[in-house]
Design a protein around this ligand. Structure first.
Ligand SMILES: [Zn+2]
Length: 388
């Protein structure tokens, strides 16, 4: 007979509510990290923090916990979520309405990603209390996921033994995300020439006009079913009566297809360089043109896990065993899973029931959170066993 694997959902809910009331906006994760350290130590897991906090200018590093297994034959498994939240994320007051948990409307809820953390801790507590079979488990709770995945980017992957795992950082509990796009980041500094806007505008070159010219010729938004692009930030100009000499623009492109990503990024760069060429004046017999400085870099690589990968199979099978219908899916968002997969640790991203994230309307469907907890526990107790 299969052992009892029922989780303590009310304990998980109480833990979640406690977690969201500990402020942890990016770079300020120390308090929640120390709270979680106690949770881990109470169940016999060892905890350490890496140097990522120093590298990114935050309060504390990534939390790495090790929960020893009771079956040495099984492979090590990684479970991961992130500790930081977006803003406004201070003074969160959760409101429960049955299975729906929301904020009081003045802040985010922080279900992104404390729902993932609550699930992982409850799974470990249940393993321990019910002496369920499992291999070694490595837990990574990252910092600064919302700040460009920089916690995961600074994680020393050589510390991890696991070759498979699960990230819990997505919306729908019926979806296991196995594909997400690669992303390029771009920063453009557009240089014009300052002049009095009323007295001698012809002696100036408007950096704002160059940027506007470039952006108006740019394909942005949804480019096709697997490619997107966005100008996210634009700042510039000094006063209404000065022809502006400088404008900063920050942009991104994403695609599930590497060739399309390259093409889109090249297109955006070209729009800026061509626009700068078009704005030109003559001064003392010399031609002066607008100019663009650019910084372009790969933010993260794509995640593209095949359905045949053992951990993907294990999650789908576990969901079925628990009576749920979980399907693989693709997302347009990037998360820590992109970083783990780039380091050859196969890690799909399972939804936790968090919705309208990054807004003050964020809410959590606790029924879905419980579903994912069931699935994760089933994966942990079955992954690498002979019957799996
Ligand atoms: Zn998240």
């Amino acid at each position: 007979m299969k052992p009892d694997q029922t989780l303590n959902y009310s304990r998980m809910k109480a833990h979640f509510l406690a977690l969201v009331q500990i402020d942890s906006v990016s770079k300020k994760e120390r308090e929640v990290a120390l709270f979680l350290k106690k949770d881990f130590e109470a169940i016999g897991a060892s905890v350490s923090f890496d140097q990522a906090g120093e590298a990114v200018g935050g309060e504390i590093g990534n939390l790495i916990a090790r929960f020893p297994g009771n079956d040495a034959e099984r492979p090590t498994l990684l479970l991961s979520a992130h500790m930081d939240t977006v803003v406004p994320g201070e003074g969160i007051k959760p409101v429960c309405e049955g299975d729906v948990i929301r904020s009081d409307g003045t802040t985010i809820l922080g279900g992104d990603d404390k729902s993932g953390i609550a699930i992982i801790i409850e799974v470990l507590r249940t393993l321990k209390e019910k002496s369920l079979p499992h291999g070694d488990i490595e837990i990574v709770f990252t910092i600064c996921e919302e700040f460009g995945l920089v916690g995961a980017k600074h994680l020393d992957m050589t510390q991890l033994k696991a070759k498979s795992g699960i990230v819990l950082d997505c919306d729908h509990a019926d979806f296991l995300f196995t594909q997400s796009p690669a992303s390029d980041r771009m920063e453009f500094t557009v240089h014009g020439l300052e002049a009095h806007a009323g007295v001698c505008p012809e002696a100036g070159i408007s950096a704002i006009q160059i940027a506007a010219h470039a952006i108006s010729r740019m394909s942005l938004g949804r480019i096709d079913f697997e490619t997107t692009a966005n100008i996210g930030v634009i700042e510039g100009g000094a006063a209404v009566n000065i022809v502006p000499k400088i404008v900063f623009v920050r942009a991104e492109s994403r695609s599930h297809n590497e060739a399309k990503l390259e093409k889109q990024t090249a297109h955006m760069r070209r729009c800026f360089s061509e626009a700068a060429e078009q704005f030109c004046i003559e001064k003392n017999g010399k031609k002066i043109k607008g100019r663009v400085e650019e910084k372009v870099w790969r933010d993260y690589n794509r995640m593209n896990l095949s359905s045949d990968v053992p951990i993907v199979q294990a999650v789908l099978k576990a969901a079925k065993t628990c009576g749920y219908n979980v399907k693989t899916n693709a997302t347009g968002g990037g998360c820590d899973a992109n970083i783990f997969n780039a380091h050859k640790i196969s890690v799909p991203n399972l939804g936790t029931g968090m919705y309208q994230i990054h807004t003050v309307n964020e809410w959590l469907d606790f029924k879905e959170t419980s579903q994912t907890a069931d699935v994760v526990l089933e994966v942990v107790t079955s992954f690498g066993s002979e019957t799996n």
